[in-house]
Structures are given as C-alpha cells and as structure tokens.
Design a protein around this ligand. Structure first.
Ligand code: GTP
Ligand code: MG
Length: 273
C-alpha cells in the first residue's frame, strides 16, 4: 500500500546560473563576493586582473543552485578581457561606492557597455539586476544618498541594497533576494515576472525628482524663467505638487523633492510683488 503513496517531497531539479559583477574599479565587487562566499574581508586593494571566476552552491528554498560567478575588473584597461563574458547571464551585481559620486554616475555607462556587448539580439529585460550601494560603513564620506540610488535602481525595475563588504551589512539579504529573483526568472521560462517589473511610480515622477535634485536655483526647480509672475510660479508649483505629493507618489526621494518644491515656491513668492 505504502508503495503507491506519492512521494512526500518532490526534489526539484538543481539549477545552474551565471552571474557577473559590474561597476567601476575599487568599488568593492570582489570584496562583496568574498564576504558572501568566504565570510571574510580583505582591506588591502587587490585589483582584479581581467576576470575572476568561481563556482558556489547556494540553497534557495528547496532548490540547490549552482552559481557560476564571473567577477569582472572595473578598470577600463581590462575592457578587452571582460567584454566576452556578458553573454548568457541571468544576474548582474551592479556596484557603486556611496562615497564616490563618479562610480554612481558610471552605472549608465556600465549598462551601455553590457548592452553593446550583447548586441542587437541581446535582451536586458530578462536579466535580474541588483544594485549595491557599497561601503555604507564609511559614513563620513558618503555623497550618494539612499533615495538617489534607490530611485536609479527601482525606476529600472532593479533590486537595490545598501551594503558593506567590510561589516557584512546587507550582503546576505542582497544575495538571497538576488538568487531568489533569478530562480523565479528561470521558473518563469527565463522571463522576468511581470510583477517584478511594476515599480509603483511613473518615469515622469522619477525624472522630475532627478531634475529637482539637480536644479541650480528655485526658478530652475519650479521650471519657470527668472522673473516669472506669481501666477506662473503658482501654476508650476501646483503641477509639481500633484505629481510628487507624498500621498500619491511612492518614488524614492519624492518626499524631499516635494518639500524642496514647497520651499522654492515660498522663497520665490516672497520676492515677487
Ligand atoms: P576591481 O577589481 O579593480 O574592479 O575593484 P573591485 O570593485 O573588485 O574592488 P575590491 O573589492 O577589490 O575593493 C576595493 C577596495 O575597497 C579594497 O581596498 C577593499 O578593501 C575596499 N572595500 C571594499 N568594500 C568595502 C566596504 O564595504 N567598506 C570599506 N570601508 N572598504 C571596502
Ligand atoms: Mg575586483
């Protein structure tokens, strides 16, 4: 009788995946991987020469995942070596240093390099990206704040984590969530599930927050010409308030952007008769 009973737990096929690391030199890509795989941190900088390859096994729920990690060198000098490794990737760990604005600004260039190497038939939509805002232990030097990084990542449908390879903060959570998302992608026939693509805010909201952050003065922030009338200022303010009101907008940084717009309007109206 017992022989006819269904097996209690069906062991699912193990999975093989390929992940790569991307980001400027010295942002901490190798250290993040080392912290997760070897539970240690090396303070001395040992630049990756071209590419480092490693295999690791991880358990995601009841699944054993074999991960092939290609840790890329961030230095431009190694472009010719790393460019062959972009293909057939399921996941990307995209890293910047929160104390180095340049490394954050370079994220777009890294995306462009990958896109170029994948060629016209490559599909970036079906790759899981996790953005690591690394070195959060260096609080004194921080110049890219959480909402700025989160906005960049989430407006693209990417995961976002604050990490420190030095203290280990955020590293396990980041890899667990990252690998779970890749398993979900593989179970979904290699396509990013639509649920993970809906970001909860619009491109217009994300672009507006970015524009407000980068505006040079209150006129610029409201998007009106210097010398604009009260009516023009109020009209521009109302438009932005509707777009960014914290009750309506869940984009990272919307609350600060909303406050900045309120202050800009107050400052401008004070000086307009
Ligand atoms: P390339 O291989 O040249 O592309 O650099 P990488 O991005 O792999 O950087 P790596 O991991 O080698 O780290 C660069 C330097 O930053 C090393 O001196 C590390 O010790 C240091 N570092 C990495 N992560 C952290 C961190 O979270 N906090 C602090 N304080 N230092 C870190
Ligand atoms: Mg490295």
């Amino acid at each position: 009788m017992e022989a006819n009973l269904p097996k209690r737990k069906e062991t699912r096929k193990s999975l093989r995946i390929k992940v790569i690391s991307m980001g400027n030199a010295e942002v901490g890509k190798s250290c993040i991987i080392k912290r997760y795989c070897e539970k240690r941190f090396v303070p001395k900088y040992l630049a990756t020469i071209g590419i480092d390859y490693g295999v690791t096994k991880v358990q995601i729920r009841d699944r054993e995942i074999k991960v092939n990690i290609f840790d890329m060198a961030g230095h431009p000098f190694f472009y010719e070596v790393r460019n062959e490794f972009y293909k057939d990737t399921q996941g990307v760990v995209l890293v910047y240093d929160v104390g180095q604005k340049e490394s954050f600004d370079a994220l777009d260039a890294w995306m462009a390099e990958m896109k170029q190497e994948l060629g016209p038939h490559g599909n970036m939509e079906n790759i899981v990206f996790v953005v690591c805002a690394n070195k959060i232990d260096c609080t004194k030097h921080r110049c890219v704040d959480e909402s700025e990084g989160r906005l960049w990542a989430e407006s693209r449908g990417f995961l976002y984590f604050e990490t420190s390879a030095q203290t280990g903060e955020g590293i396990n959570e980041m890899f667990q969530t990252f690998y779970s998302a890749i398993v979900e992608l593989c179970d979904n026939g290699g396509k990013r599930p639509t649920s993970s693509m809906s970001v909860g805010f619009t491109k217009e909201q994300a672009d507006t927050i970015r524009r407000i952050r980068n505006s040079k003065d209150s006129w610029d922030m409201l998007g009106v010409k210097p010398g604009a009338t009260r009516d023009e200022v109020n009209k521009a303010y109302r438009k932005l308030a509707v777009l960014l009101h914290p009750d309506k907008c869940v984009a990272p940084g919307s609350e600060d952007a909303f406050k900045a717009v309120v202050n800009a309007r107050t400052a401008l109206l004070k000086n307009i008769k």
